[in-house]
Design a protein around this ligand. Sequence first.
Ligand SMILES: [Zn+2]
Ligand SMILES: [Zn+2]
Length: 325
Amino acid sequence: MSIDINSLFHDLINALKLNLTGTELVSADEYLSKTRLENASGSGGEREHRILQPLWDLRLGREEYLRSPLFPVVLSVVFYFSFCTPFMIVDLFGRKWNWIQKFKIQNNLDVTWAQVYDTLSLTFWNHVLYILPAAIAQLVWTPPTPLPEIAPTLFEFIWQQVACLVIFDLQYYVWHWSHHRIRFLYKTIHGVHHRYHSPFCWVTQYLHPWELITVGFLTTTNSWFFNCHCLTTWSYMLLSIVVSVEAHIGFDFPFCMNNWFPFGLVGGAPKHDMHHLKPMTNFQPFFNHWDKLFNTFCPAMKAGGVKPPNLLEYERKQREAKKMN
Ligand SMILES: [Zn+2]
Ligand SMILES: [Zn+2]
């Protein structure tokens, strides 16, 4: 009896997608004829009202590359390395640039070449051993990405990305909490990420392969819940990278999201820096609400290593609780 791996894998992906979105995957031929039909019906007045249409029209002439299942992988990898590089330059060459160093959170610690080498080595091997084979599997087994003629509406583009981020934030909170509470999971998996108490950009993907696979799986499948337009999906992937790297840069820059979202909604680098210092607090990666609700929130240190009154009060209470025990 022979098993057709190709159709088995396709059926598995199909079942997953069908469960999440009610949308069935199609073969490459079905897809192309479907797209041709959508393209034919999508021309005309509707596209003129979409703010994102000029951006989406940049795809014209590049469809062959954009349709490839490899495109999202290449986009994410290239974006991750490009986005981290300026922060690495600041860490290694900007130690005397006071105008930038005044924003460093743990300002008593410098990033060394050895640390950069160590983090980049693990990142490189994770890419070679896990991301590359996953990308090749996608290339072989998944159909080309449908490229509709019409861009998503701006409203749809924004709310779907926010929704994906909010869902990921909860999923990771639960995963993260359990990987700290269960000693075995911490020691074998998540502890790898905690080798650095003072995070810098490359610590973002300094992960055990299982954590890397989990994060990649959750990020990819969350956009299936809403049957997102591919422009929305790709933008969400980049947004996830931006917020994850921002949480690890070790600087509290005025332009970071935690400084321009109101009501302390976003945690950002100060909050996640505190998680690396006090690992049993601040499990939520992007926002603060679940940490506050479940009493795992610890106030963050500010730029220049300044401890605000709420952090001093938190530490005083912790000391008192320890004495009582
Ligand atoms: Zn971290
Ligand atoms: Zn952790």
